[in-house]
Write a protein that binds this ligand. Structure first.
Ligand SMILES: [Zn+2]
Length: 436
């Protein structure tokens, strides 16, 4: 039996932090311990108490003075767009046609997919992210490549091959039947294998015919426990085009509603320009709006109204995500820094505890995975990030004047990136130290 005992400043959230002085929302230990056995956290708390429960042979790793937190969760990212990152000068639909679809055609080659999957998951770990909800390309082998690599690393990830049968080049199209068959085969092969989760993934309404949407509906009916991920209401041209393609629909959201695709396991990327009716529909169904700030700013799509969605009479469940290649950075620290600015433009300020709640427990809850990840609670999987608040010269200097945990977290969020990530544990195993 392998046991690992981590020592450091532990921080884990209990609930949404209402304000910067809402200290009841989290558990923080200046000298904390996390005891890990067989990939699970078995005890957490004051180091002295946790150390007493460790066996003789436990491996002790001292991370003081660094922060030990649950690993970050990224609720929307395209692994097949590693080579699309930093593509200049387009809005959503032009960007898809000019950069994204041509790149995704390469994933027909399984070898290419395997290479990118490896690099992608290396990047996730480097940035402290231990769980993603990922879009693969349309090719079945791209999802196989992703799951093979994720499973070999024992990471808890959600992914799906995109279903798309129109309005894109031939090399990235399936058909209603092949999309259905491939999805079903991938579910049989990969869903619940180790820590892998399959998500039914119609790319978005524009690239799926009504026949394919019917197939997505059938899959959702056959596999009701699975995640569903797609895009909704990202930019105005996309919304208009969707209305032309589905002239009977009341609005964009109605398309997904009509095909039975809303629900508590449904992750809807962007949701920027929702009407009140659409926001109500998301709330009533328990669907999740996924806020991708770096992507929304980079593509000029719009400003997600985080605080309004959260506090309206019918609140919407929210996750945050990088959305690379539309997004510009794999770091959830960089992502929440941009989220802070978008929220500021909407007239509110997100407190640093709420930010760190969001990228850990908040996103785990949005993915309905809070019993496994997102906290340091005993009984959950040992997916952990260790953060160094003095990782760069400016951070070291700035930390000389910082006296509160809130200010330290805000510094990490505002200027931190992969350099602040000292170590990452995936199911209890150090994963960053191993990397080249
Ligand atoms: Zn996306």
């Amino acid at each position: 039996m392998t046991e690992t005992l981590l020592r450091g400043r532990t921080l884990s959230f209990l609930r949404w932090p209402d304000a910067i002085d809402d200290h009841g929302a989290y558990s923080y230990q200046e000298d904390g311990g996390v005891l890990i056995r067989e990939g699970r956290i078995v005890a957490t708390g004051a180091y002295e108490d946790v150390a007493r429960q460790a066996g003789e042979g436990a491996q002790k790793i001292d991370h003081r003075p660094h922060l030990i937190m649950p690993g970050f969760v990224d609720a929307h990212v395209h692994y097949s767009q590693l080579q699309v990152l930093a593509s200049y000068g387009a809005e959503l639909l032009g960007w898809l046609n000019t950069y994204t679809f041509p790149e995704e055609t390469k994933f027909r080659d399984a070898q290419y997919g395997r290479r990118v999957a490896r690099q992608f998951l290396d990047e996730m770990v480097r940035h402290g992210t231990t769980t993603v909800a990922a879009y693969c390309s349309v090719h079945k082998q791209s999802a196989e490549a992703f799951f093979e690599e994720s499973h070999a690393r024992n990471m808890l990830n959600i992914a799906g091959k995109v279903m798309m049968d129109r309005n894109a080049p031939e090399g990235v199209l399936d058909t209603p039947q092949s999309g259905y068959d491939d999805t079903k085969a991938l579910i049989a092969e990969w869903h619940d294998k180790g820590r892998q989760h399959y998500a039914i993934t119609p790319r978005f309404a524009i690239t799926s015919s009504p026949e394919q949407m019917e197939m997505a509906k059938a899959l959702a009916g056959e596999f009701p426990g699975l995640h569903i991920q797609t895009h909704l209401s990202e930019n105005h041209a996309e919304i208009e085009f969707t209305q032309q393609l589905y002239p009977w629909s009341r609005d964009y959201t109605d398309v997904y509603e009509h095909y039975g695709l809303l629900g508590p396991k449904t992750l809807l990327g962007h949701c920027i320009h929702l009407s009140e009716r659409e926001a109500d529909a998301l709330s009533d169904s328990g669907s999740v709006a996924v806020f991708c700030p770096t992507s929304n700013l980079f593509l000029g799509s719009g400003l997600f109204d985080y605080q309004r969605y959260r506090t309206r009479a019918k609140p919407i469940r929210i996750a945050t995500a990088t959305d690379v290649g539309g997004g510009t950075n794999y770091s959830m620290l960089r992502t929440m820094d941009e989220a802070y600015k978008v929220i500021a433009l909407n007239g509110e300020k997100l407190n640093p505890f709420a930010s760190f709640w969001q990228m850990t427990l908040g996103n785990a809850r949005a993915l309905s995975l809070e019993d496994r990840i997102g906290t340091l609670d005993a009984g959950t999987d040992a997916d952990i990030v260790v953060l160094d608040s003095r990782a760069t010269p400016i951070m070291r200097l700035r930390m000389e004047a910082i006296e509160s945990l809130a200010a330290e977290l805000f510094l990490l969020q505002t200027v931190g990136d992969d350099r602040a990530v000292r170590e990452v544990y995936v199911a209890g195993r150090p994963a960053k130290g191993d990397m080249a």
